[in-house]
Design a protein around this ligand. Structure first.
Ligand SMILES: Cc1ncc(COP(=O)(O)O)c(C=O)c1O
Length: 375
């Protein structure tokens, strides 16, 4: 395996599991490129928050009181945050579980499902953690068909095998920015074998108009094996604190509880998220800013004759004639971090997060001369 390290018996299979490559941190690019001003559009973070109310609550928690302080363990099951989420979502307290980011919940459900092996079905071009979570838990990935612009529910249903325990669906999907319409989602929920857990990852759901978005949580009552995931890292602007939540039946969450480590979410994240989840005005503000960023990106893309895809989420896929890795490197040299999608089977696409207007301006100033009049 690693040069210089003795081979550890049983670890050989780890080399078959892809490594997750996160967006490059700002400090790393500053160090490597010797630049001071960096624009990061690589990890789908929300540049507009968190709010002052959230920051004040975290500061109070750090200052401490009779009931809280950094010397105390957090509430293990996040009771108070779960209560706030349950009230917001109109579900019972027992139907909410917290994770150290929704990534941890993607892993915990796999850990519960693959204790004695099995497979998950994952559409092509899905969020990398679905496959990694499956494989690190001892499961096998079955990839169903999908393109950069279309999800294929029928192929998901066809791909299910005898030993399939999970189906993962990004809704909307990262990096393609596409999602199912209500009828297709309903077909998946109703036609998928009942003993398979359907994991619907709604990390970007809040960026959609609630009136138009087909929320998988509507099916929680009719499908006990449904897990709907949300995160505080995106529209709630709390990526640094690591907090996500899952909605599901008490039976399903009871199974996840057996593989969740105690104190998996920390106190600062719990109190920050408790304020954030009740702040509908900040959500609406961020949604509006995102819609504005999308509209001006589309205009610039047309001007540069660039192909863009994806209509959901706080990011866009940009296709160009350049290999994504080269475009990524050239942009890095100019102080702009995007995400090459090579590892997602999209060798000519980069994913760009919508930033503030001045950040998007910096992006177009950096990429414009590279495109030389066209993608
Ligand atoms: C589709 C999707 N799901 C889940 C996550 C994980 O978010 P977190 O672990 O920060 O909650 C991400 C992060 O980029 C994502 O894009």
């Amino acid at each position: 395996m690693h040069s210089g390290l003795p081979t550890i018996h049983g670890f050989e299979h780890l080399s078959r599991i892809p490594l997750y490559v996160p967006g490059k941190p700002i400090q790393e690019v500053q160090r490597e490129m010797g630049l001071t001003r960096i624009v990061k559009l690589a990890s789908n973070e929300n540049p507009w928050g968190p709010t002052e109310a959230v920051k004040a609550r975290v500061a109070a928690a750090i200052a401490g009181s009779d009931t809280e302080g950094l010397n105390l363990y957090p509430v293990s099951d996040g009771h108070y945050l779960r209560k706030a989420i349950a009230a917001r979502k109109g579900v019972a307290l027992g139907c909410v579980v917290l994770g150290n980011g929704s990534s941890e919940l993607l892993e915990l459900v796999a850990k519960a499902a693959f204790l004695d092996g099995g497979s998950s079905v994952i559409p092509r071009h899905s969020f990398a953690i679905y496959g990694i979570a499956t494989q690190t838990a001892g499961g096998r990935v079955i990839e169903s068909k999908a393109s950069a612009t279309e999800l294929d529910v029928d192929d998901v249903l066809r791909s299910v095998g005898k030993d399939t325990r999970l189906v993962y669906l990004g809704h909307p999907n990262n990096p393609t920015g596409i999602r199912l319409e209500q009828a297709a989602l309903e077909r998946l929920v109703r036609q998928l074998r009942e003993d398979i857990v359907l994991v619907v990852d709604q990390a970007y759901a809040e960026y959609e108009d609630p009136a138009d978005y087909p929320d998988a949580a509507a099916y929680l009552g009719e499908r006990p094996n449904l897990l709907v995931l949300h995160t505080f890292s995106k529209i709630h602007a709390l990526a640094a604190l690591r907090m996500g939540y899952g909605l599901g039946s008490k039976e399903l969450l009871g199974c996840i509880e057996r593989v969740r480590s105690p104190f998996n979410t920390n106190h600062l994240a719990q109190v920050a998220a408790e304020v954030a989840v009740q702040d509908l005005a900040f959500e609406a503000f961020s949604r509006q800013k995102n819609a504005e960023a999308r509209a001006s990106f589309d205009l610039e893309a047309t001007r540069h004759r660039c192909q863009v895809s994806g209509t959901s989420g706080n990011f866009v896929l940009l296709e160009s004639a350049f290999p994504a890795k080269d475009l990524f490197k050239e942009l890095l040299r100019r102080g702009v971090i995007v995400r090459p999608m090579t590892a997602y089977g999209l060798p000519n696409h980069v994913r760009v997060t919508y930033g503030k207007p001045e950040e998007m301006q910096a992006f177009w100033s950096a990429i414009g001369p590279l495109l030389d009049g066209g993608c």
